[in-house]
Design a protein around this ligand. Structure first.
Ligand code: HEC
Length: 184
């Protein structure tokens, strides 16, 4: 029998040490506050997506600032943008949204008619692709979960970089006119 009481004692003294160690230091900003706070499009609950060692610098910047660095890159570099288009086809997005993303059995992703108003921001678009939707009736069904850190994701799921590259390519295809806040 492990000595439960002993472990409890150990644990509580460790916790006390940790607490004492913080005393006298300036209040550090909450670590989470320095990151983009994603929420699920399904129910607004927090969508915890963290940087992983394989993430590019661009992905890490996005996870901190909510701004997709690929958007400006692709806007000025059609060759680079092809990587995003390739992923869009390879990952099967085109099966529902059409090869040019202008809609099929899923909505067009390049017009000004957004299923959720937040999709004109990088953060909002990422939240829907990463965490899926419940469907916004009556037009379409729901979108799958794609991010490999979100439970219930489709297949092997996608990493942050892949989603950002697809998003940035979609932005280059935008034909809706009006504001393009993702390039600000
Ligand atoms: C099985 C079909 C299906 C696949 C595959 C699919 N989607 Fe969707 N997607 C949908 C449906 C249906 C909606 C509408 C959801 C809603 O309104 O809640 C949608 C909505 C979206 C939206 C929001 C559109 C808008 O007008 O606001 C984006 C962005 C999107 N999908 C991106 C993707 C990407 C990127 C992929 C591939 C990684 C993908 N989808 C794969 C069916 C699909």
């Amino acid at each position: 029998m492990p000595n439960v009481k002993f472990y409890c004692l150990m644990l509580s003294s460790l916790l006390m040490l940790a607490a004492c160690g913080d005393k006298g230091k300036p209040a550090m900003p909450d670590k989470a506050a320095a990151s983009c706070q994603f929420v699920s499009t399904k129910d607004n609950s927090p969508l915890a997506i963290k940087a992983v060692p394989t993430d590019s610098d661009a992905a890490k910047v996005f996870l901190t600032t909510c701004i997709n660095p690929y958007s400006k890159l692709y806007a000025g570099d059609i060759e680079a943008a092809k990587a995003g288009k390739k992923q869009f086809a390879y990952q099967g997005c085109s099966g529902c949204h059409g090869g040019n993303a202008n809609g099929l059995m899923g909505p067009s992703l390049i017009d000004a008619k957004w299923q959720y108003a937040k999709h004109n921001t990088d953060k909002g678009l990422f939240e829907t692709i990463a965490g899926g939707t419940n469907g916004s009736p009556p037009e379409w069904g729901s979108m799958l979960i794609w991010h490999n850190q979100v439970a219930g994701h489709s297949g092997e799921g996608l990493d942050t970089d892949t989603i950002l590259q697809i998003m940035a390519w979609l932005r280059t295809q935008y034909v809706g006119g009006g504001e393009t806040p993702w390039l600000n």
